[in-house]
Design a protein around this ligand. Structure first.
Ligand SMILES: Cc1cc2nc3c(=O)[nH]c(=O)nc-3n(C[C@H](O)[C@H](O)[C@H](O)COP(=O)(O)OP(=O)(O)OC[C@H]3O[C@@H](n4cnc5c(N)ncnc54)[C@H](O)[C@@H]3O)c2cc1C
Length: 448
């Protein structure tokens, strides 16, 4: 048993939690429960992280990085006796308007970046629905997306430079140049290094935004409308999909006036500096929706648009309120295959006799089929079996296992079906090179 009291001496006792009651709180993320950590370290500076990693190397203790624990693949959950590294005290945030950059420590909450950039007419586009809660460290480690990802891209597209600490406790700076180590760390889910600072690109705020909601009598029709709008040349700022189960859950919780009789709803924003173009694009989307049997409602003003987007952000908590037990899947498929995929997944749910709720950043081909179940009636194995079938549908239609939530713990077992043996072995060699002792977030991403 490692002597964690020496860690408290190394970092200072106010930066280490040792009480069991405190430690218990750090065994979870938003989806999974793991082991109670040996200790929780709360570093405040990069130097603290270096001391901590060097202590862990000497003591032979694994480290599990953690942001806000809003992750949906079990990434921040300890699976072995480990020290959890909670980055929530590393919250320095500086805007460099002349360079259009935000310089942030990893514990900064995502939305705070855009708030800080606003007085300079700038913003940070990646916008996971969890942005009031998730940290930038977690976003980088998962390469988080959001409603704006179709037009604006995902977290990794905004990284100019990263500072990180390797498994031996050395500090590095990585730019987007030869070997693109920054790109390698993005999406590495805490298994290759600890991110301690990031320089992120900001963009000027578009002057105009227009919003519409379209509802459809059939789920596949909504996906077909998306493909058609894109084929008509529209690059919408946001393109989101919710099926009837999501709409009903949001209405039951928040009463925002969504059409509960519809089989599916699309929420679309167009934006830009030229109002005529923004409105023209919205009308192209409206026409594509109507061509596929959709009924279109344009938001009259910013307040109505806000209400509609609030509804979209409320989907996950609303589903959680009604169905405390659910498995949140996260796949991405080529957009052109979406109509078939949405229908196929719905049929699978029916065949298993398990209700599903599907939503997602459909413009990016990203879909979150949530399996809703009652553990008193359905054994967990059956739910896992359906989740596996959904992952197989994604692969069969040319997609990937994870659109944005990561492989973590929950998708690890499926990775061998998604990648060929040579690719898996190459990933293993990267892990081996950067973390030879396997001390960083063990049990995540790579299968056994
Ligand atoms: C209601 C809800 C809505 C969501 N919507 C979206 C969405 O729209 N898009 C999306 O992409 N995700 C979404 N998520 C998932 C989640 O919010 C994201 O994965 C987010 O990026 C996780 O951030 P976090 O700070 O909570 O990280 P955590 O859950 O704490 O950790 C996630 C991973 O990052 C690693 N990590 C954390 N900090 C560091 C660091 N400094 N260095 C190295 N590794 C680190 C952890 O080890 C873990 O593997 C949603 C979650 C919820 C609950």
């Amino acid at each position: 048993m490692p002597d964690v009291a020496t860690l408290a001496r190394e970092l200072g006792s106010h930066k280490v939690l040792l009480d069991r009651a405190d430690r218990l709180l750090y065994r979870y993320d938003a989806i999974a429960e793991g082991e109670v950590p040996l200790a929780v370290a709360l570093p405040e500076t990069t130097k603290d992280v270096v001391r901590l990693v060097r202590w862990a190397a000497r003591a032979g203790v694994p480290l599990v990085p953690r942001g806000a624990a809003s992750g949906l693949s079990g990434g921040a959950v300890p699976l072995v006796e480990a020290v959890v590294v909670a980055f929530t005290r590393m919250r320095e945030l500086r805007i460099h308007p002349e360079r259009r950059l935000a310089e942030v420590q990893p514990g900064v909450v995502t939305l705070e970046i855009s708030r800080a950039a606003e007085p300079h007419g700038l913003y940070y586009p990646p916008d996971p629905a969890s942005y009031r809660q998730s940290t930038i460290g977690g976003n980088l480690a998962e390469n988080a997306g959001g409603p704006q990802c179709f037009k604006k891209g995902v977290t990794g597209d905004y990284v100019a430079e990263l500072e990180w600490v390797d498994a031996a406790g050395e500090v590095h700076r990585a730019r987007r140049e030869a070997y693109d180590v920054a790109g390698l760390l993005v999406g590495s889910e805490g298994t290759l290094g600890l991110i301690t600072r990031a320089w992120l690109r900001l963009e000027p705020r578009p002057r105009h935004t227009r919003t519409l909601m379209a509802y459809f009598p059939e789920v596949g029709a909504a996906a077909e409308a998306v493909s058609e709008a894109i084929a008509r040349g529209v690059v919408a700022a946001k393109l989101e999909f919710m099926d009837q189960a999501c709409v009903r859950a949001v209405e039951a919780s928040f009463g925002l006036g969504l059409p509960t009789e519809a089989a599916a709803v699309l929420l679309v924003d167009t934006d830009g500096d030229d109002l005529e173009v923004v409105e023209e694009e919205l009308e192209l989307v409206a026409a594509a929706c109507e061509a596929h049997g959709g009924t279109v409602r344009r938001a009259a003003d910013a307040a109505e648009a806000d209400r509609l987007w609030q509804a979209r952000r409320a989907v996950s908590p609303a589903l959680g309120r009604i169905h405390p037990h659910r498995m949140n899947e996260d796949i991405a498929v080529p957009r052109s295959r979406l109509p078939e995929v949405v229908r196929r997944i719905q049929e699978l749910g029916e065949a298993y006799g398990l209700p599903l709720a599907q939503f997602g950043h459909i413009g990016d081909g990203n879909l979150h089929p949530n399996i809703l179940y009652d553990p008193r009636e359905t054994p967990e194995e059956r739910v896992h079996e359906l989740a596996h079938e959904i992952a197989r549908v994604a692969l069969a239609f040319g997609g990937v296992l994870s659109g944005e939530h990561g492989i973590g713990l929950t998708k690890r077992a499926f990775l061998a079906e998604a990648l060929d043996a040579e690719t898996l072995a190459a990933l293993g060699r990267i892990k081996q090179a950067l973390d030879p002792e396997g001390r960083l977030n063990p049990g995540k991403v790579l299968p056994g």
